[in-house]
Design a protein around this ligand. Structure first.
Ligand SMILES: Cc1cc2nc3c(=O)[nH]c(=O)nc-3n(C[C@H](O)[C@H](O)[C@H](O)COP(=O)(O)OP(=O)(O)OC[C@H]3O[C@@H](n4cnc5c(N)ncnc54)[C@H](O)[C@@H]3O)c2cc1C
Length: 498
């Protein structure tokens, strides 16, 4: 039992807030400390001239009644505070490759049927592929909320690259590319990204896909108010500057270099390299620090947030992935001339049945090296040359999208941009990486980050622990909180909440 123990959580991203709800519901005295002015990390939205934009989470999956995420959102008491709007079930994803558009419909049957029309010779293989995808998604004991683990079924696919497995399943090269059309959702890299990651994302969104009406920050606000309802606190402008340790354990944290917060337990929801930099204690060995700082990161992103002229752009109820080359691979290895080799284009959902889009976002990979020279500068004060760099990139990206959506540029009223540096400032992710530490089959277990550290009362949470994305992070919180409550207790509470 909690005995009202004090838990300090560093960072109010989804990982920090969901751990906060689970522990506050179970009697722990929770304090979430957030360095920014807003809660939510990648759940944050911003508004400019009356238009609202999501910065990280644009759509969620498996949230139809009774599905995995729905059950979690009920347990976390979020469902009552948000409205989900389903993406078009006949094409939640649209992939444009080699001048042709391919649609991803929801459900196993419809997906296999649609893809068998595109690739009739691969019909049997498509059936095998999709069953495998679903098995892997279901087999993860935590993803499917089962208590009896079937994890073994997926271990093999954590160690095989997505391209190797697709090569073993299909002959048709174009089909293999199309299936990876939405791989910006996990920043896939050839010979590195595990098939299990592909299967997890495919299974998750194929079950059902939704936008969050009014924006992803509603999830953060809901989690914050639930923590407060159970007696916890969520403080902003509270940057943790040190995790203070005495002898073999942590005693609390320093905030803004001045205030000490005593804690029985500390959970860090920030990038593991930052967590380690907050711990001066030699309980953390140099070799471990070195291992963590050597891990590869997923690529960064350049975003153009577009506010449209009123009633000019019909609301697009799908995500759109454009490729201007014959393959989905190596888009992150662009040159200055070839950038952007692909993009992801989405509309923001402000009401359930909207006719026109008020705003949208276009995302394209951007390596940190492109913005390195402005590292250390602060938001809004990076200089004229940075503004000029962003303008040039935005115009180039908008022109690329215009090729596929003629008239788009004419419909733009205003636009705003962000680079990997923006993410460094707003979330503290290393090198502005989109999804944190990259999974790489060649490194095997070495690229996995555990929720435990050598300091017994300090734990980690967030996208680097289990997986990124709404379900990946929440499942990571289950893993972290099971140290306090046991997984069985949490599963039982989820059952009771549903
Ligand atoms: C462009 C983009 C698009 C995405 N789209 C989707 C999507 O459509 N669907 C989906 O499911 N997922 C999506 N994701 C992924 C998802 O948003 C993230 O995986 C998830 O929100 C990460 O949550 P987190 O808790 O790990 O941390 P973060 O959101 O990174 O939050 C960490 C928090 O810690 C705070 N912090 C850092 N250092 C300190 C400190 N020293 N003291 C106090 N606070 C500190 C930061 O300010 C931040 O608020 C997207 C991500 C990106 C970047």
């Amino acid at each position: 039992m909690s005995d009202n123990k004090k838990v300090v959580i560093i960072g109010s991203g989804l990982g920090g807030l969901s751990c906060g709800v689970i522990l506050a519901k179970n009697g722990y005295q929770v304090t979430v400390l957030e360095k920014g002015t807003q809660v939510g990390g990648c759940l944050q939205c911003f508004s400019r001239r009356g238009a609202k934009f999501e910065t990280g989470m644009h759509f969620v999956g498996s949230a139809a009644k009774g599905q995995t995420l729905d059950r979690w959102l009920n347990y976390l008491e979020v469902s009552k505070d948000i409205t989900l709007s389903p993406l078009d079930t006949s094409c939640y994803e649209r992939v444009l490759l080699k001048g042709q558009e391919y649609k991803f419909p929801n459900s196993h049957e419809r997906f296999v049927e649609q893809f068998s029309e595109y690739f009739p010779k691969e019909k049997d293989n498509l059936e095998k592929y999709f069953s495998l995808v679903e098995n892997i998604f279901r087999a993860s004991m935590t993803n499917s909320l089962r208590q009896i683990g079937e994890e073994d079924a997926i271990v093999k696919y954590r160690l095989q690259s997505v391209n190797d497995v697709l090569d073993s399943l299909f002959e048709d090269k174009l089909l293999k590319n199309v299936l990876l059309g939405n791989s910006p959702l996990y920043a896939a890299e050839k010979d590195k990204t595990p098939f299990s990651m592909h299967a997890y994302i495919m299974g998750f969104y194929n079950a059902s896909a939704f936008r969050i009406v009014g924006g992803s920050d509603k999830i953060a606000f809901s989690l914050k108010s639930t923590i407060e309802k159970y007696g916890g606190k969520v403080l902003t402008n509270a940057r943790v500057s040190e995790i203070v340790c005495k002898e073999f354990k942590a005693t609390g944290v320093m905030v803004n270099d001045t205030d000490f917060y005593q804690a029985d337990y500390v959970i860090s929801d920030v990038h593991p390299e930052i967590t380690l930099s907050l711990i001066k204690s030699n309980l953390i060995r140099p070799a471990f620090r070195h291992r963590i700082s050597s891990l590869p990161q997923t690529t960064g992103v350049f975003s153009v947030y577009v506010q449209f002229k009123e009633n000019t752009v019909p609301y697009m109820n799908s995500n759109f992935y454009g490729y201007h080359k014959d393959t989905v691979w190596d888009c992150e290895k662009y040159t200055e001339d070839s950038w952007p080799e692909n993009y992801l284009y989405m509309h923001f959902c402000s009401s359930e049945k909207q006719q026109y889009a008020a705003s949208g976002v276009i995302l394209a990979y951007m390596r940190y090296s492109e913005v390195l020279k402005w590292e250390g500068t602060t938001l809004g004060r990076r200089g004229e040359d940075y503004e000029e760099f962003k303008k040039q990139k935005a115009e180039k990206l908008l022109s690329e999208v215009e090729n596929d959506f003629p008239g788009l540029k004419n419909s733009v009223k205003y636009y705003y941009t962000s680079t990997p540096l923006t993410y460094v400032d707003y979330t503290g992710t290393k090198n502005g990486s989109m999804y944190g530490i990259a999974k790489d089959v060649r490194l095997g277990a070495a690229c996995r980050v555990l929720h435990r550290l050598r300091i017994p009362n300090v734990f980690q949470a967030g996208q680097n622990i289990n997986a990124h994305g709404i379900l990946g992070v929440i499942v990571g919180s289950l893993v972290t909180c099971s140290e306090f409550l046991t997984a069985q207790t949490i599963y039982q509470q989820i059952e009771e909440a549903n």
